[in-house]
Design a protein around this ligand. Sequence first.
Ligand code: FRU
Length: 518
Amino acid sequence: MKKLYLISVMLFLMACQNATQETQMNEETLYRPLLHFTPKAHWMNDPNGMFYFNGKYHLYFQYYPGASVWGPMHWGHASSEDLVHWEEHPVALYPDEMGYIFSGSAVVDHQNTSGFGKEGVTPIVAIFTHHDMDKEIAEKIDVETQSIAYSLDEGMTWTKYEGNPVIKNPNIRDFRDPKVFWDETRKQWVLILAAQQKVMLYTSPNLKDWTYSADFGEDVGHHGGVWECPDLFPLPVNQGEKQKWVMLVSINPGGPNGGSATQYFIGDFDGEKFTLDEEFAAQLKDDNNYWVDFGRDNYAGVTWQNKTLENGNKLFIGWMSNWQYAKVVPTEKWRSAMTIARELALQHNEKGYRLFSSPVKDIEQSIAEEISLNDRSLSKALTSIYKNEEGLGALRFSFALDLEENQSFEFQLKNSAGDHLDLGLDATNNYFYVDRTASGKIDFEKEFGTRVSIAPRLGNEKTLQGEIILDKTSVELFWDGGRTVLTDIFFPQQAYTEIVVKGGENVQFKQGVIARLK
Ligand code: FRU
């Protein structure tokens, strides 16, 4: 009897294991993105410590190697030569007696200001938040402090500084996510971190001794949730000689479509404090709606520390999820991906300043095949423009549409299970949208599939330019040359196999290319 019982328990456990293996295999083919970085296994959130050195872009990330849910935070590590193909490396930073390793940044200390460099080796210095869980549980205030670690092998292995923390807690409960940059004009390091409903700035000659210099933000911008993961960097205005400083601040919750999102401010930085540009301050008063991405799945994004493109623009990557449901999205082996790496540019016109985003150019090297839609007019109400029975996989769909006055249109991605993801322009209300209410699995969280993400159309050109990056479970929409961006994730029950245009009677593709990406 006992033997029989044991056998049935074993059979049951084997069946469970097979079921898990099967789900994980399905998950791999159905949901693992082709172009976006995902960890091989387990939980990931914010991008951290991004620096560029010896031809390689390094990306660290909030990582829990023990499970596919958030836990004791480590820094995972990956690197890439083109920001598209990523190689994952061993865990870079482990939690210790001072706490979990929360978000932060890394710098290349070329002049060895820190003194960590030995025998001519350039040190890479990481600056991160130590989050003390014991203090959190004991409901103490001084839970978070800032610490540093250095690497003498291009970011592969790290030694924590014995003098940690380098910034003690000034009696502020949320005090985290330091982003550091070298201020060439003043020959100093500058650190920006998030402190509840504001950011705080510090300066240092050597990355070890920090002096507080200023606060920003208590009375501007959005305050629907805690401020997190700030960034501060200059960008050329309209690609010209003039520069302005851009500050990114993530907030959670309080995003334009619910949950987490990243807002931005335009201003000036004098080496100590950030001042809002007067014109931008007026823009904010008029319409407080300045988001790096209006979608629901781009959070905690920051820029690559020491890499400025030839045109002066910066490279950015964000976490492609939302705290509202990140922990329950239907993948078990790993959880979440990064956005596609993007180029950030600053434009100014008669309406003021706007931050523009576009996918990195390197994506073009992954093009396997191109289908042209040039000059195709969509004469029917429903026109199929692309089909692939094996699944759409990863695609870049770029187009220019000639629109008539008040002309709405919609692209629909669909499969034979009846799932569809709808996206397009609602011309009556002048907004773009992504509707994932019938996109597939949606019931793992109450709001995931019950509301439509919307974003204002900020341009009014007759020709609408669009670029869509699709990768199995995500769409990133760059409208009007990147003026309005929307990123949303979704989980179809079967791969989408077709793209149709709905309501397209008068829609004319001036230009259109669907590129299949490897
Ligand atoms: C943002 C964040 C950061 C923190 C980290 C913890 O998503 O909450 O503020 O450092 O995640 O994993």
